[in-house]
Design a protein around this ligand. Structure first.
Ligand code: ADP
Length: 435
C-alpha cells in the first residue's frame, strides 16, 4: 500500500512538474521570439505609419509586411505575426500583418482588433512583454505573445508585436510530452498492484498450506505415539527371536524419525504465517534447560555412540526471561542435529558462558560439517545440505528455521561455524533481560 502511495505521489508530482516545465519552456520560446522580432523593428519605421488604408502605398509598410511574412513562413508553428497600435481612445488596431492581402484572414491597416484583451492594452501601458491566451477571435483560438516596440527617444510604446500560435497545437505538444511520465507512473502503478496481488495470493497459499500441514500433522502424531508405545511393550516380550527384536527396533527408529519430522513441521508452522507467535515468558534457568534438553537426547546419542559433554557452566543462578518450552525445543533441535550429523563414537560439547549482557551457548560436534555454499541457506526453511541428504539421516530442513525464529523473538541471534568433514559449532546468544 505504501509503495503504491509513494509511486502515485511521486508520479503525479513528476507529471505536474513536466507539464509545467514543457508549458513554460514553449511559452518562453514564443515570448523570446516576439521580443526578437520587436527588437529587429526600427521604431521610426512604425512611426511613419498612419494606421489607415493610406499605408498600403507607404514603403515602410511594405518593408514591414514583407519582413513579417518571411518570419511567418520560417516559423512553422506561428500562424499570425502582426503589429498593433492603440488609438487615443484606447482601441487596439492592426498596423500591418503577415497575411497575403488576398487571404480571407488578412487585416488591412487600421482594422480594429475588437477581440483584443487587456494584455494588448497592458503591453502599451507597461511597455513589458507578456503572454495571453487561449483567447478566441474571429480567426480561431490562440496563444499570443506580445512584445512592445519602444521609441528610444520618447520612451513611448509605438506599437506591439503580436505572435499567434494555435492554442490546441500548443496544448497537444505539452500533453504529448507530459504523457511520458504519466504513462511510466501508470505502468509502475499497474506493476506494483499486480505484484501486491501476487504476493498476497502467495501469502494466502503459504498460510493455507501451513494450516493444512499443521492439521494433518496433528492427526498423524497421536496414532504414531500409540504405535511407539505399543512397540515398546512388544519389545519387552520375552519370547522374541533376535530377528524379531531387530525388526521391532528398526520400526521404532522409523516411527521416532517420523515423529521428529512431524514435530519439526508443527513447530515451523507455529512460527509461519500472519499470526504473531506469542512467547510465554517466565524466569528460566538456562543451565537447567540445557540439562533437560541433553537428557531428552540421551537415548538418540547412545544409539549413535555419541557422548554429550556439558562443559562447566558459570556458577550461580543463570536466569533469563524466556519461553521455557519453545527454548527447550530450540536447544533440542540443535542438539539433535549435532548428534545425528556426528561421526559415531565422537562427542558433542555444550558450552555456556556469560558475555556482556548476554548468555552464549555453543553446541560443537565432530561430524559431517556443512559445505560453505549451503551455510547461508540452512536457516531459511525446507533446506538440507547435499552431504546431509547423502548421509542417509532423515530430516525436514525445518529445525534451524524454527530455532532462528524463536531465538530472534527472544531478541537473540543464532549462527554457526562449520568445516565440511570436520564438524559444526552452532552458537546461540540470548540477551539477559532484567526483570
Ligand atoms: P534437518 O531436519 O534436515 O536436520 P535443520 O533445519 O535442523 O533440518 O537443519 C538444516 C540443515 O542444516 C540440515 O539438513 C543439514 O544439512 C544442516 N545441519 C544442521 N546442523 C548440522 C550439523 N550439526 N552438522 C551438519 N549439518 C548440519
Amino acid at each position: 500500500m505504501l509503495l503504491i502511495a509513494v509511486i502515485f505521489i511521486s508520479g503525479a508530482t513528476l507529471t505536474a512538474y513536466v507539464y509545467s516545465f514543457v508549458n513554460q519552456t514553449n511559452l518562453g520560446a514564443l515570448s523570446r521570439g516576439a521580443q526578437t522580432i520587436a527588437s529587429s523593428i526600427d521604431a521610426s519605421e512604425v512611426a511613419n505609419l498612419s494606421g489607415t488604408e493610406e499605408d498600403l502605398n507607404n514603403p515602410d509598410y511594405l518593408t514591414l509586411k514583407s519582413k513579417l511574412q518571411k518570419i511567418q513562413r520560417v516559423e512553422k508553428d506561428v500562424r499570425f505575426v502582426y503589429l498593433t497600435g492603440q488609438t487615443e481612445t484606447g482601441e487596439i488596431f492592426f498596423f500591418v500583418d503577415s497575411e497575403d492581402p488576398l487571404s480571407e484572414d488578412y487585416s488591412p491597416p487600421g482594422q480594429t482588433y475588437e477581440e483584443a484583451d487587456q494584455s494588448f492594452i497592458d503591453a502599451f501601458t507597461t511597455g513589458k512583454p507578456n503572454i495571453t491566451g487561449p483567447t478566441s477571435d474571429r480567426w480561431g483560438t490562440w496563444i499570443t505573445a506580445l512584445a512592445p516596440i519602444v521609441d528610444p527617444e520618447t520612451n513611448k510604446v509605438v506599437s506591439t508585436v503580436g505572435v499567434d500560435i494555435d492554442a490546441s497545437g500548443h496544448q497537444r505538444y505539452v500533453l504529448t510530452n507530459t504523457m511520458i511520465p504519466a504513462l511510466i507512473t501508470l505502468l509502475l502503478l499497474a506493476l506494483a498492484i499486480i505484484g501486491q496481488r501476487i504476493s498476497r495470493h502467495e501469502q494466502q497459499m503459504v498460510e493455507v498450506k501451513s494450516e493444512f500441514v499443521s492439521i494433518a500433522s496433528h492427526e498423524l502424531r497421536s496414532p504414531l505415539n500409540g504405535i511407539t508405545w505399543a512397540l515398546d511393550n512388544i519389545s519387552k516380550a520375552t519370547n522374541l527371536t533376535p530377528p524379531q527384536t531387530n525388526m521391532i527396533a528398526e520400526v521404532k527408529t522409523t516411527a521416532n524419525n517420523l515423529l521428529g519430522n512431524i514435530n519439526d513441521i508443527l513447530n515451523a508452522s507455529s512460527v509461519t504465517g500472519n499470526r504473531q507467535t506469542k512467547l510465554m515468558l517466565e524466569e528460566v534457568d538456562i543451565a537447567r534447560l540445557l540439562k533437560m534438553a541433553a537428557e531428552q537426547q540421551l537415548l538418540a546419542a547412545k544409539e549413535r555412540g555419541v557422548e554429550i559433554v556439558l562443559e562447566k557452566f558459570p556458577v550461580g543462578s543463570n536466569v533469563i526471561k524466556a519461553d521455557k518450552e519453545k527454548l527447550k525445543r530450540v536447544f533440542s533441535n540443535i542438539l539433535s542435529n549435532s548428534i545425528k550429523y556426528s561421526n559415531s563414537n565422537s562427542s558433542v560439547e555444550i558450552a555456556f558462558q556469560h558475555i556482556g549482557d548476554a548468555y552464549q551457548i555453543s553446541f560443537a560436534d565432530h561430524g559431517i560439517g556443512i559445505p560453505t555454499k549451503d551455510q547461508a541457506k540452512i536457516f531459511g526453511g525446507y533446506y538440507r545440505a547435499a552431504n546431509a541428504q547423502k548421509s542417509g539421516v532423515t530430516g525436514t530442513g525445518l529445525g534451524l528455521y524454527f530455532a532462528q525464529k524463536i531465538v530472534e523473538l527472544h531478541g537473540g541471534k543464532i549462527w554457526l561455524k562449520s568445516d565440511e568433514g570436520q564438524g559444526t559449532t552452532v552458537f546461540v546468544q540470548l540477551p539477559i533481560i532484567k526483570s
